[in-house]
Design a protein around this ligand. Structure first.
Ligand code: MLC
Ligand code: AMP
Length: 504
């Protein structure tokens, strides 16, 4: 019976004693065969809990081999995998469970008390999973068979639902099919020359496209190993690097490494590849990295909705400040934001992409899908770019009001809606400004209600109960009025200029 992701990513490794996950010192932590036995026990558990193909499974768990095995279990059972940032508050999780209609919520035992009422209210079952693999889930799984016959899936059946925030403040679930994920993994593995001999240093979170699909699916597809760090930590990465051959990161990883004198040419001499994405890599960082290590970081560009779209070449020039050329099978054009007409080379417009990588639409939001996915299959990314003389894509900005901080997306509208409700606040504007560590960071500009004096620490504490910490403004200022144009629209560009030096 066919199950595209299982057949290509997992089936070849059944019973294999090859190492899959490695410890930071390069020693084997978990073999492929054992990983798949664990995944099969989890698949049996999901099935016994009553999950059927197409049901949604929400996972808000710390990064661990078991959390990764859950992804494999979801593929085997045909359950749609919906991973969540561990920083999300109970209020945020409520939205995702409710909107997706998930049957099961798996979370850290430490979050059980906060999330049990949410699950109960929404008719979902809650099961705990700790970072060390312990918890209710492993208790349920340990007596289950270590074999599971994967259910049949078609190429267009959903494998995952990944939420991405929207400009209205309401998150949208991007529906990703087996074909979307598999085709991208195949294209990337070939483009970046991954083989079974590779050891990928994995320090990314596994609840986003980058760490979950780009990194993990490539390793699974090619049979390579991963040094699976719980998170990015400069010391841990520096000590693990001698045992790796490749690393994937967001720009913050590379600026943090460059800030450390132990990060040298010798330390990276045996590495064959560093890739960067999820946020713009400054040309200065690319050059400083090349100077220090002799490696040119390979920058690529992607999105939750599309997986990866472009990449600098493995062989051939990796141009700083560009995200490279369209990947094999990806059609890319730069279009006029008003008319949708394709623009000539050199002109700035919106990036549109089409290909097997492009998602199936937003979960239960046909109008949103129609706004962004054209009937001919082109997806309107909202990223502004031009093509250089060699056809390389140069991203110059975004038409969407979005902040990318350390590789996490923050939609100002969502933060503004919360700030506007805070005591003493009449209205707010949230902007992104340059930040030396996170690339961009969040500044909130508040206007007080007449006669009120907003209490900043109280506002941050209250907003922090509702929004994940990484979304909170790292600076909040109170002004008399927001700058507006003649149409009454807040001039965020004026605010961005005014507060540009906030973190300099
Ligand atoms: C943590 N904090 C952040 C933050 N991460 N604030 C803003 N932006 C972030 N990205 C908060 C913490 O809660 C903490 O708050 C404070 O900032 C400092 O924390 P830290 O210890 O320095 O952060 P750290 O844990 O080291 O995390 C930073 C990071 C991490 C860069 C390592 O954010 C990360 O792993 N980012 C990768 C994101 C990613 O994988 N994106 C892929 C999206 S997929 P306080 O108040 O407690 O001090 C995608 C598609 C594509 O975009 O193309 O790939
Ligand atoms: P997400 O919705 O989290 O998948 O974020 C996708 C967005 O990240 C894209 O629309 C881009 O704005 C941005 N992005 C991803 N990779 C790059 C890159 N290499 N350079 C600039 N922006 C990027």
């Amino acid at each position: 019976m066919a199950n595209p992701l299982f057949d290509e990513l997992f089936a070849p490794h059944l019973g294999s004693d090859r190492a899959f996950l490695l410890n930071p010192d390069g020693s084997a932590a978990l073999g492929y065969g054992d990983f798949l036995s664990d995944a099969s026990q989890l698949a049996n558990t999901l099935a016994d809990l009553g999950l059927a193909p197409g049901d949604r499974l929400v996972v808000q768990a710390e990064k661990s081999p078991t959390a990764l095995a859950l992804y494999a279990a979801a593929v085997m059972t045909g359950v749609v995998y919906l991973p969540l940032n561990t920083a999300y508050t109970a209020e945020e999780v409520r939205y995702f469970v409710g909107d997706s209609g998930a049957r099961l919520l798996i979370c850290d035992p430490g979050r059980g008390d906060a999330l049990r009422p949410v699950a109960a209210e929404l008719g979902a079952r809650l099961v705990t999973l700790a970072a060390d693999g312990s918890g209710e889930l492993s208790n349920l799984a340990k007596s289950k068979p270590t074999h599971f016959s994967p259910v049949e899936r078609k190429s267009n059946d959903l494998a995952a639902l990944l939420y991405t925030s929207g400009t209205t403040g309401r998150s949208k679930g991007a529906m990703l099919s087996h074909q979307n994920l598999l085709s991208n993994a195949q294209v990337l593995a070939a483009a970046w020359r991954f083989t079974a001999s590779d050891v990928l240093l994995h320090a990314l979170p596994v609840f986003h496209t980058h760490g979950l699909f780009v990194a993990t699916n490539i390793a699974l597809l090619t049979g390579g190993a991963m040094i699976f760090l719980p998170k990015f930590d400069t010391d841990a990465v520096i000590s693990a690097l001698p045992h790796a051959t490749a690393m994937m990161g967001v720009p913050t990883f590379y600026t943090r490494l460059l800030d450390d004198p132990r990060f040298t040419r010798d330390l990276t001499a045996h590495m064959r590849l560093f890739t960067s994405g999820s946020a713009p890599l400054l040309a200065e960082t690319h050059e400083a990295f090349a100077q220090r290590t002799g490696h040119r970081i390979l920058e690529r560009y992607g999105m939750t909705e599309t997986n990866m779209n472009t990449s600098n070449p493995y062989d051939g020039p990796r141009k700083p400040g560009t995200v490279g050329l369209p990947l094999e099978g990806v059609e890319l054009k730069i279009t006029d934001p008003d008319t949708g007409a394709t623009l000539p080379k050199g002109e700035i417009g919106i990036i549109e992409v089409r290909g097997a990588n492009v998602f199936q639409g937003y979960w239960q939001m046909p109008e949103k899908t129609a706004e962004e996915l054209r009937p001919d299959g082109f997806f309107i990314t909202g990223d502004l770019a031009r093509l250089d003389e060699d056809g390389y894509v140069v991203i110059v900005g975004r038409s969407k009001d979005l902040i990318i901080s350390g590789g996490y997306n923050i939609y100002p509208k969502e933060v503004e809606l919360v700030l506007d409700e805070m005591p003493g606040v009449l209205e707010s504007a949230v902007i992104g400004v340059p930040h030396p560590d996170f690339g961009e960071s969040v500044v909130g500009v508040l206007v007080a209600e007449k006669g009120a004096a907003p209490d900043i620490p109280v506002i941050l504490a209250e907003a922090g109960k509702r929004l994940a910490k990484f979304k909170l403004p790292k600076r909040l200022v109170v002004v008399d009025a927001l700058p507006r144009n003649t149409m009454g629209k807040v001039q965020k560009n004026v605010l961005r200029e005014r507060y540009a030096q906030s973190f300099a």
